[in-house]
Design a protein around this ligand. Structure first.
Ligand SMILES: NC(=O)c1ccc[n+]([C@@H]2O[C@H](COP(=O)([O-])OP(=O)(O)OC[C@H]3O[C@@H](n4cnc5c(N)ncnc54)[C@H](OP(=O)(O)O)[C@@H]3O)[C@@H](O)[C@H]2O)c1
Length: 311
């Protein structure tokens, strides 16, 4: 028997799902074409779930789905385009009236300044705002027992949501602050969403998966790589394998013991302790789980979507 209370940073996806049957469940994973999304799809399909992964490059997405044993289908989604999100949501709702698990996993990290098709800074625009709009559109399919999991990160410690200048209009662009802001937004979104899901009997969580070598590093410079390598060598940055990294999101999506704990931020396959000013990757800073900031973000995000004329 698995000792679920002993789950920790070394726990893997397969261990998290031991004894859990996902037959008949519909799981939707954004950004399922590599890294943590791909691993989540593999392990959940292996437990009988019908899994939908989203991709931008459909050849890549189909190749990933074909490699996985089980019921995995693909849908096109570009989170940096409200048109793409709306068309994805329409197709998904037509084929899947109930979504049991939605993992908002897709993300981009520390890219040079760029904007979404709708004119928002790319990291906030795709990591947060794209998922915000998409989840709102998918609300009709969320019902009793559904869970929504947002991939945040310990990088939330790099920056809160900078409400005065979210889009870096009057501040010099800093790719790490922009990533940090988007990951704080992912955590705050889970809190705002959880509140709005209560009447449906659904819950929302956010997670830091750990530090895992994936394609997420695609925009890192040599200097960034050196900094990370030094952190890893000194032990300051603990590294996980992909199955260990994806374990926390799969846990948040399925663990029966998390029922009623919606809104929580998890790390290392458990609810993370909160600590002011922490630099410990297994903990969360208060500003990333602040209910007032979560409400403010919700309102600002709704305004951004409606100002784009694409709501
Ligand atoms: N790896 C880590 O150490 C780490 C740590 C903390 C948090 N996270 C978070 O974990 C999540 C998964 O990361 P990963 O490490 O698995 O990264 P990854 O291997 O780069 O996978 C990211 C996925 O997101 C997709 N994606 C990126 N931008 C998108 C957009 N605009 N629209 C639609 N899809 C998009 C990618 O699609 P393409 O294949 O088309 O590029 C890919 O499928 C991210 O949200 C990341 O912030 C990761």
């Amino acid at each position: 028997m698995t000792d679920r209370a002993a789950f920790d940073k070394d726990t893997t996806t397969d261990e998290v799902l031991q004894g859990i049957d996902l037959t008949g469940k519909t799981v939707v994973i954004t950004g399922g074409t590599s890294g943590l999304g791909q691993e989540s799809a593999r392990v959940m399909a292996g437990k009988g779930a019908k899994v939908v992964i989203t991709g931008r490059n459909m050849d890549k997405a189909r190749a990933v789905a074909d490699e996985i044993d089980g019921d995995v289908t693909v849908e096109e989604l570009e989170l940096g385009s409200f048109d793409s999100i709306k068309s994805f949501a329409q197709r998904l709702l037509a084929n899947h009236p109930k979504i049991d698990i939605l993992i908002n996993n897709a993300g981009v990290m520390a890219c040079p300044y760029a904007e979404t098709s709708d004119g928002f800074e790319l990291q906030f625009g795709s990591n947060h705002l794209g998922h915000f709009l998409m989840t709102q559109l998918l609300m009709p399919a969320l019902g009793e027992g559904s869970r929504v999991v947002s991939l945040s990160s310990a990088a939330h410690q790099f920056a809160p949501v900078m409400f005065d200048d979210i889009g870096f209009k009057s501040t010099d662009y800093d790719k790490w602050a922009a990533y940090g802001q988007s990951k704080t937004a992912n955590s705050l979104f889970a809190i705002g969403l959880n509140k709005r899901l209560q009447s449906k009997g659904s819950e929302a969580f956010s997670v830091h998966p750990g530090v895992i070598e994936t394609e997420l590093a695609r925009h890192m410079t040599e200097e960034d790589m050196e900094m990370f390598a030094a952190g890893i060598e000194s032990g300051a940055i603990p590294v996980k394998t992909v199955p260990q990294g994806a374990a926390t999101q799969v846990y948040a999506a399925t663990a029966p013991e998390l029922a009623g704990k919606g809104g929580a931020y998890l790390a290392d396959v458990q609810i993370a302790p909160m600590e002011e000013g922490t630099e410990d990757f297994s903990k969360v800073r208060p500003y990333a789980v602040d209910e007032e900031a979560a409400e403010r973000l919700w309102i600002v995000s709704e305004e951004m979507i409606s100002q784009s004329g694409k709501s």
